[in-house]
Design a protein. Sequence first.
Length: 557
Amino acid sequence: MDIKTITEDIAVAPQITAGDLAEIAAKGYRSIICNRPDGEGADQPAFAEIAAAAKAAGLEARYQPVVSGQVMDADAAAFGKLLRDLPGPVFAYCRTGTRSATLWSLSQATTMAPTAILEAAKAAGYDMAGVVRRIVNGGKTPTDTGDAHFKVVVVGGGAAGIAVSASLKARMPNLDIAVLDPADIHYYQPGWTMVGAGVFEAKTTARTMGGLIPKGVHWIKSGVAAFEPQNNAVILDGCRVIKYDRLIVCPGLKLDWAKVDGLVQTLGKNGVTSNYRYDLAPYTWELVKGMREGRALFTQPPMPIKCAGAPQKAMYLSGDHWFREGCLNNIDIQFMNAGGVLFGVKDYVPALQEYVKKYDATLNFFHNLIAVDGPGKKATFKVAKPDTAPTEVTVEFDMMHVCPPQTAPDFIRVSPLADAAGWVDVDQSTLRHKTYTNIWSLGDVMNAPNAKTAAAARMQAPVVAQNVADDIVGKSPTALYNGYGSCPLTVERGKIVLAEFGYGGALLPSFPKWFIDGTKPTRAAWILKEQILPPVYWKAMLRGKEWLAKPEKVSAS
């Protein structure tokens, strides 16, 4: 008997026999629903036989037959009523379990988020892609899809989405492009580290989305609920359907604050802050300025995360301020890193270690934040060192800068576009989807093994734009992405270790060594970060001007 648990209230399974009922009751189920019509298969026991065995086992039993491939709206409503009326948990079955899983998915569409339904069904082994529009539509079959069609649809209006749209428009000015994004405001997120150090004002990192959408590109102000790649369709919140010839997926990633117990309740107070949120970065600076003694924790979750250097950037800039104020000796800096190294590219580690020493920071590797007691000023970490049994340790703090756990957005993780880990599955050189050849992805959401930074998106946008343009005119892809990412590690106010690297940790410097030696802290790199990169972002990258970002070409040989 192959029982598939969907939630604690329901499980589904392929065809059962009368002999299975005692075991089903022993597992704690209290009711049975049969969704398979009698006589569908020659080896199938009749429902009357199942019902008799269920009664003997003390279980309620109901017969709700549904023809394979013909789950109607009324069937889903009736199944939902059975779930409400019967004692739970409920055990439902059909030939393979798919009909029962489909009925459950549609019956929950008015009470659960579509992504939660899809995720629960997927975890149980059932793909609900065939009924995703109905799930998004509250469990009912849409009567009017209201389809719109575009040559290219871009999911996400962040750095990657705007940049790739602008680069495509620069190559093909008459191309019909739509950007899907519900946000009103677009943020220059690399600036938030500087906000947390009192260098930038938060407001300088925000612009209205409408002012950044490239001229001639349609902006559809809506979130995405699901994908139907087999139909070249994107399903929006509210069940509107957008059709495409080619799709570019770049919605960024999800900051999973709720994954740390107690964190959401204490963010922005009790000394708990994060430069990963626009409204909290100013609080970081407020805490740093006000601290004269005590313990400061800086956390880093398991990879992958957006801008892997950001957690330690906050530590260095805070330490630099306390050093300049003459109070560093009274402050205990602790870096709590879920990983096992300070930085993933070894060439930059010696320079960083010098600043760890300067600020007398303690490096705690394999420490993953799992809970926060804000009022009590305590943080709990799971310590999982190699070849050692995991333990937990609770540390008191006066200030804590948190980098939250991060995942792909829910609607990506449950979609047919995702790999087993939930990221969009692409070829790491062309950034084309491995299964769906008219889909590309860039930015933080895709699974190429590169650093998730705005600098990476700046390099990826021309690659995707060129390869989509090639595809439109019937050519093979001519642009390659080499994994470039950049992390300007702000080690002190006025100096930066400019880490630039590609796949495999290969160093990919943009400037000659005499100007900026990325393995050493330099004033030139600080000027680049503070004065040059923000206007490059707003006036070049988001406008299709590919400064230092021309894509590599496929070799003719």
